[in-house]
Design a protein around this ligand. Structure first.
Ligand code: ADP
Length: 402
């Protein structure tokens, strides 16, 4: 076995990882896994490509498992399952790169300090992403650590797409619409450049519809606007997050309901969106299977907000050549896709119902002025590619894309 790139996506209670081999000009997925329940009794599950799944409780003494123990477990598992694997780079998903990081970056003492200083901008993600970086330095001290940011793809937005209508001082202090899901958008756009080069040069909206959801307007390969803002709360309603909200609601919750910042954070991040509206689940499949009116209302609200934002971003772009649907909902939910794209002939989208029902790659009619596509996103692969590229290994993830 040769050189390996490891990708790490560390959250508050979980670490996702993947191992990809660099060989013969491409990255080949070797294994992926998840350590869940960090902070308590954690479980480890992993699978080699095409192999059996391993699953076990991580610490039999029931001591609280932290990120370091999780990454040490990854190292042990790899030594056992991928003997001879030489981890040359570890690519980390880091949610926030602030106003300055527009590219992935090698983690040094200096950059780590910079990224630490951004923790207040993403308190529910950034501290854990960085705990993952520290743990990986400990477990893989000889590998290069590379931070790949969810915000980086959006850093070339014009000022008006990034600012709020607040006094300028807040923008200067970093209160901006950063936008997120950038690794997914970048991956999708690379695929598009490879498979549909003409469309990729045009006006494109990518709809990343998963547990987290946002839309991105891309013009000639450059992100020009996104529905997510200062935090990953804004824009579309999501599994448990509220999406766009009048800030007056927050003022009301504070002044009239006497809710604390922590209580409001909990409400808006964890108990709103599909889960909050339906009172049933954050999972779109559960809502589709339900006969409750509240489930139908949550779906209808989700769909109507996606449609509204497609309209808004198309206006920003001045037209629309292609719309790509991705993420768990975008890739799989036939009825939700149909509801989002129906009655848009006036707008240039003519959906092919049969192609949509079969989850085909192209789901618009031949000759539809706007082409609608389903493409599978892969943020891990994007991180691995960035890491390889930053190490000068010139092994692009997406075949034949420079
Ligand atoms: P994450 O943002 O956590 O990566 P995913 O991209 O995996 O999330 O998307 C999860 C969402 O996709 C869930 O709401 C799930 O219900 C939805 N989903 C996955 N498969 C289907 C399906 N076949 N039909 C409807 N929804 C689906």
């Amino acid at each position: 076995m040769g050189d390996i790139i490891l990708t790490i996506n560390a959250g508050s209670s979980s670490v996702k990882f993947s191992a990809q081999e660099i060989a013969e000009g491409k990255l080949t997925p070797l294994a992926s896994g998840l350590i869940d329940g960090i902070g308590g009794k954690a479980t480890f599950s992993a699978r080699k490509s095409g192999g059996e799944k391993t699953h076990f409780v991580l610490d039999q003494t029931h001591a609280a498992v932290d990120h370091k123990m999780a990454l040490t477990a990854v190292l042990d598992w790899m030594e056992d399952q991928l003997p001879g694997a030489n981890v040359v780079g570890v690519g980390h998903r880091v949610v926030h790169g602030g106003p300055n990081y527009a590219q992935p970056v090698l983690v040094t003492t200096e950059t780590f300090k910079d990224l630490k200083a951004l923790e207040p901008l993403a308190p529910l993600h950034q501290p854990y992403n960085l705990a993952g970086v520290e743990a990986a330095i400990h477990a893989f001290p000889h590998a290069a650590q590379v931070a790949c940011f969810d915000t980086a793809f959006h850093r070339k937005h014009p000022f008006i797409a990034d600012t709020f209508a607040l006094p300028r001082q807040y923008y200067d202090e970093g209160v901006r619409r950063y936008g997120f899901h950038g690794l997914s958008y970048e991956f999708i756009h690379r695929i598009l450049r490879y498979e549909e080069p003409v469309l990729a040069r045009g006006k494109v909206i990518v709809a990343h519809l998963g547990n987290g959801a946002s839309l991105c307007a891309i013009n000639a390969g450059r992100s020009v606007a996104s529905t997510m803002g200062f935090t990953a709360l804004d824009g579309l309603p999501m599994g448990t997050r509220c999406g766009q909200l009048d800030p007056g609601v927050v003022l009301y919750l504070m002044s009239e309901k006497k809710m604390s910042a922590a209580e409001i954070t909990d409400l808006l991040y964890k108990n709103s969106g599909l889960k909050g509206m339906s009172g049933i689940s954050n999972d779109m499949r559960d809502l589709e299977a339900s006969t409750e009116q509240s489930a139908k209302d949550a779906i209808d609200y989700f769909v109507s907000r996606v449609r509204r934002e497609i309209g808004g971003l198309s206006a920003v772009l001045g037209g629309l050549d292609c719309i790509v649907l991705t993420g768990g909902i975008g890739e799989n939910a036939v009825n939700i896709r149909r509801a989002i794209l129906k009655d848009m002939e006036w707008f240039g989208i003519q959906i092919d119902e049969d192609a949509n029902a079969r989850n085909e790659r192209v789901i618009s009619e031949k000759g539809s002025p706007t082409v609608a596509l389903i493409l599978k996103t892969d943020e891990e692969r994007m991180i691995a590619a960035h890491t390889a590229e930053l190490l000068g290994l010139k092994q692009p993830i997406v075949p034949a894309i420079s």
